[in-house]
Design a protein around this ligand. Structure first.
Ligand SMILES: [Zn+2]
Length: 241
């Protein structure tokens, strides 16, 4: 079972995880959990960089984030669809990696690939637990993640909770900057892309905003559909006033 992970982040595009929950993966890794990333597409439709370049960048970012596993499926970039075929592809990965926690993108947003990944990922988590799913046995026994969380940084919604990433904020930035083809100073696609100092300022100010909501320095936002469960009111974090 050495190739399983505890926490799996699923995203449409390479660098989505770095943009939305890279700090949280660093936190989980530091706590001793095994983390992984599943990218659904390979970035062939991007304005800058080839799929091969983006694969090398994704590998470099994965090393910086300390994930024990990263892979990309072959769904078409810019046309992620919630089909049975795609649900089976994701379910096969879930059965093999057997995560307890799955992080998905938030279910509303500007980019159709992002919100489609939320639904596709959720339904794949459900399907992966079905005994009579049309998947070969070598993909592993049925498995359903215990917890599904939505990384909501791209969406203008109030998070259910935030994760304090303060000790890891610089490393998180380095993981993002591994995508040189996207963020370097280049003329192709100028206007769409911003230079490195802007990336830094944007990332830090966003993380600071979410940190302030919970009285910490830097944080990443998440939404969960379930209510939270309190065991002891005396231990509830985040000061009210
Ligand atoms: Zn994206």
């Amino acid at each position: 079972m050495s190739n399983t992970v505890d926490v799996l982040a699923i995203a449409a595009h390479r660098d989505d995880v770095e943009q939305t929950c890279g700090g949280t993966l660093l936190v989980q890794k530091a706590l001793g959990w095994k983390t992984g990333i599943l990218d659904l597409t390979r970035g062939e439709a991007g304005t800058r960089g080839t799929a091969v370049e983006r694969a090398a960048e994704a590998d470099a970012a994965a090393k910086i984030l300390g994930v024990s596993h990263r892979e990309a499926l072959d769904l078409p970039d810019g046309n992620v669809q919630n089909t049975l075929e795609n649900r089976l592809k994701v379910a096969a990965v879930l059965r093999r990696l057997r995560p307890r926690v799955v992080i998905l993108p938030y279910w509303q947003g500007r980019h159709p690939d992002h919100y489609t990944t939320a639904t596709l990922g959720y339904e794949a988590c459900f399907a992966a637990g079905l005994t009579k799913l049309d998947l070969p046995a070598e993909n592993g026994a049925p498995h359903r993640p215990y917890k599904i969380l939505y990384a909501s940084l791209y969406a203008d919604v109030r998070p259910t909770f935030v994760v304090d990433i303060t000790p890891h904020v610089e490393t998180r930035l380095q993981a993002l900057l591994a995508y040189r083809s996207q963020y370097g100073e280049q003329s192709a696609g100028a206007g769409l892309f911003v230079p490195e100092e802007d990336i830094r300022e944007r990332m830090f100010s966003t993380a600071r905003h979410y940190g302030l909501l919970a009285g910490v320095r830097y944080a990443e936002p998440f939404v969960q559909r379930e209510v939270s469960l309190a065991v002891d009111l005396m231990q509830l974090p985040v000061q009210s006033l």
